[in-house]
Design a protein around this ligand. Structure first.
Ligand code: NDP
Length: 288
């Protein structure tokens, strides 16, 4: 792509719709072969509004492609032991192909212990150390849905990563770190930036692809970007006016770069579809 052209809007919703159609078709075929529909269970602890909304969206997405969903909600004072027993029950339940524990959990519960209790074959979020380790080794695994969704977007738009300089802003276990691994696996030269990184904007400007996942509303403006770049904005933040926005100041950056994901209609929808795809994969594996 040349620097002087109309920037490409990376339409996450359009890509998500295509993935959804594929998933729905696979589910229909699976059921036509005499199997029960794939089934996702969601575990939600407490009544955090954001978490409830995320879970609701996942359940709605399941239903719209024929995947069964079971919603389990627990009071915030559930003990760690009780939650672990619930996970054991889901691990053993053959009518459930995969399940997710919506994070964050209340502070009296050890998230790591909970995630480690999930059977890796049912860990459709890809957070279990077994899946994270396999992903880091380049072995087949359930991989965190957001970075995998980003790769899907890059592939869909034929955006190359081999030999490219990729800057990943953020090093969380669910976005930044797996993103860096996946890009490295695809032969990119990867720089991971975080809150201790110096000279951020210079590092960003020098990249071919910038993935922003820091959770800072509209924090990265024109000074951080250069013509010819691909910008993936993972951020899901609320701006001063109360509207959903990304980490990137879209209005300032969109005219500069070659391609950019909007927020909303960018990474988010693809992330959900990747999760559903994992549920279907788990169901197919269980009946193979
Ligand atoms: P975390 O809060 O877990 O991680 C944020 C990362 O950003 C940390 O590594 C942190 O560095 C880094 N960071 C914070 N401030 C700065 C700064 N000033 N300069 C450089 N790096 C900084 O967030 P998540 O990874 O969970 O999520 C990131 C964003 O993506 C959020 O807005 C979240 O809502 C969104 N999100 C969107 C999804 C989607 O499907 N669209 C899915 C998941 C998340 P340090 O490690 O040093 O603290």
């Amino acid at each position: 792509m040349t620097p002087h052209h109309t920037p490409l809007l990376i339409d996450g919703n359009a890509v998500a719709a295509q993935i959804k159609a594929d998933i729905a078709l696979t589910v229909r075929r699976h059921v036509a072969e005499g199997h029960r529909p794939p089934c996702l269970a969601t575990l939600l602890v407490g009544h955090d509004g954001g978490s409830e909304l995320y879970v609701r969206n996942k359940i709605r997405a399941c239903r719209s492609c024929g995947i069964t969903s079971i919603e389990l909600q627990f009071d915030a004072d559930i003990t760690e032991g009780e939650l672990l027993r619930e996970i054991e029950r889901l691990n053993a339940d053959e009518s459930i192909d995969g399940f997710i524990v919506q994070l964050p959990l209340p502070s009296h519960i050890d998230e790591h212990r909970v995630v480690e209790a999930i059977d890796p074959r049912k860990d459709v979020d890809g957070f279990h150390p077994m899946n994270v380790g396999r992903m880091a080794l380049g072995l087949p695994a359930f991989v965190s849905a957001t970075p995998l969704g980003i790769l899907t977007l890059l592939r869909h738009y034929s955006i190359p990563t081999a030999g490219k300089k990729c800057v990943v802003m953020g090093r969380s276990n669910i976005v930044g770190k797996p993103m860096a691994h996946l890009l490295l696996e695809r032969n990119a030269t990867v720089t991971v930036c975080h809150s201790h990184t110096r000279d951020l904007s210079a590092k960003m400007r020098a990249a071919d692809v910038v993935v922003c996942a820091t959770g800072r509303a509209k924090a990265y403006g024109a000074a951080c970007f250069a013509p010819g770049q691909i910008v993936i904005d993972v951020g899901m933040n609320v701006d001063a006016a109360g509207a959903l926005c990304g980490d990137v100041d879209f209005a300032a950056v969109e005219p500069i770069v070659d391609a950019i994901t909007p927020v909303p209609r960018g990474v988010g929808g693809v992330t959900t579809q990747v999760l559903l795809d994992h549920v279907v994969q788990a169901a197919l594996k269980a009946t193979a």
